[in-house]
Design a protein around this ligand. Structure first.
Ligand code: PLP
Length: 362
């Protein structure tokens, strides 16, 4: 049978046809300061120990669907008691998808703008309505506007990244509580950057039935492992558990994460080092006259170029061998913003030197 390819693409929902794929830039040969990865590797003996653990993994067997042993380590490591439900995701991206997949067709999803792009990307993929409220100029929540929007749209899910990406700040706890109290839907507190902010709403998840706390091990130093988790009341998490694909956490991920949780102090120490580097980088960026730098509680820093086009600076930094992120035009964000991930001391110094040179040129 002859079927035209054009006819086949009509099988795809229109909102997906109109969508652009999530773009990840090529980074071969570049110093990667674009994706909030941990720059440090493990001590050699720890690496060897990990390899010997990996040699016991059986790739011919399906993983434990509940990842019981890993979850036990995880609960101990992050102090999540058995009274709370916990759902695992192949990265927290998958958890965003899982949460939104479970909603009614007419559900509204909400987040402040700017925030993490995946909330909108996945909501759109699923044909859900997505509403945003712009942040204040200092990137705090515009709580009045948000309460009005909650009243108007009655969102089934509100995502609040705490700290927020790409702005790097923490929202005020009192504002989060106002949102939680005003919402008759779920409020997902996305704590992807918790290791650098040392603040959490885990206790509130226990207190408020509509709060979910979502975490990932990606920014902590295991981005390649793809593991996220969401904590909430069991009545809610049990529903998500029904649609989680049974083997979404593979054998290598389970064993690597289990090993990493046992060695958590190593990761914690690296996070502390990154925080110290962040302060140094913030101070160095603050010294540069032609940029405005925004405070950070995360492992990245947002800054604005005042005397040049951000694209030109981005290109020149890349030309010098360093990949950062050009924010482009994003709702709720000033124009000409760049975002840099905090790397190792050498990487950061190299970046600052390159940036200083570029910005001092006419
Ligand atoms: C990076 C990031 C995530 C996604 O993390 P993965 O677990 O790697 O999918 C989620 N939320 C925010 C705010 C992020 O910045």
């Amino acid at each position: 049978m002859d079927i035209e390819l054009d006819e086949l693409t009509k099988l795809i929902r229109p909102e997906i046809q109109q969508m652009k794929a999530y773009h990840v830039p090529e980074s071969i040969g570049l110093i990667k300061l674009d994706a909030m990865e941990n720059p440090y590797s493990w001590p050699e003996e720890m690496k060897q120990e990990w390899l010997s653990v990996m040699s016991t993994v059986e790739p011919n067997r399906y993983p434990d669907p509940a990842a019981k042993e890993m979850v036990a380590e995880m609960r101990a490591c992050f102090d999540i008691d058995e009274s709370m439900g916990l759902v695992l995701g192949n990265g927290s991206d998958e958890l965003i998808q899982l949460i939104l997949m479970a909603l009614n067709d007419d559900a509204c999803v909400m987040s402040p703008a700017p925030s993490f792009v995946m909330y909108q990307h996945i909501a759109k993929t699923l044909g859900l309505s997505f509403q945003t409220t712009p942040l204040n100029v200092d990137f705090s929540l515009d709580i009045e506007a948000m309460l009005v929007a909650i009243e108007k749209y009655d969102p089934a899910v509100i995502f609040l990244a705490y700290p927020n990406n790409p702005t790097a700040n923490l929202f005020a706890d009192s504002d989060l509580i106002k949102v939680i109290n005003a919402s008759s839907g779920l409020v997902v507190i996305d704590e992807a950057y918790q290791p650098f902010a040392q603040k959490s709403f885990l206790a509130e998840a226990k207190k408020y039935p509509n709060v979910l706390v979502m975490r990932t091990v990606s920014k902590l130093g295991l981005a390649g492992v793809r593991l996220g988790y969401v904590v909430g009341h069991k009545a809610i998490t049990n529903q998500f558990e029904k649609i989680r694909l049974p083997y979404n956490i593979n054998v290598f991920t389970q064993e690597t994460a289990r090993f990493a949780f046992k060695n958590y102090p190593v990761l914690e120490k690296q996070a502390k080092k990154i925080c110290a580097q962040r302060e140094l980088m913030f101070d160095a960026l603050s010294q540069i006259e032609s940029i405005e730098v925004f405070p950070s509680k995360s492992n990245f820093i947002l800054f604005r170029i005042l005397n040049k086009k951000a694209q030109i600076v981005f290109d020149s930094v890349k030309q010098a061998g360093i990949l950062i992120k050009n924010m482009g035009v994003v709702a709720g964000l000033p124009e000409e913003c760049l975002r840099v991930t905090v790397g190792s001391s050498e990487q950061n110094q190299q970046f600052i030197t390159v940036l200083q040179e570029i910005l001092s040129e006419d």
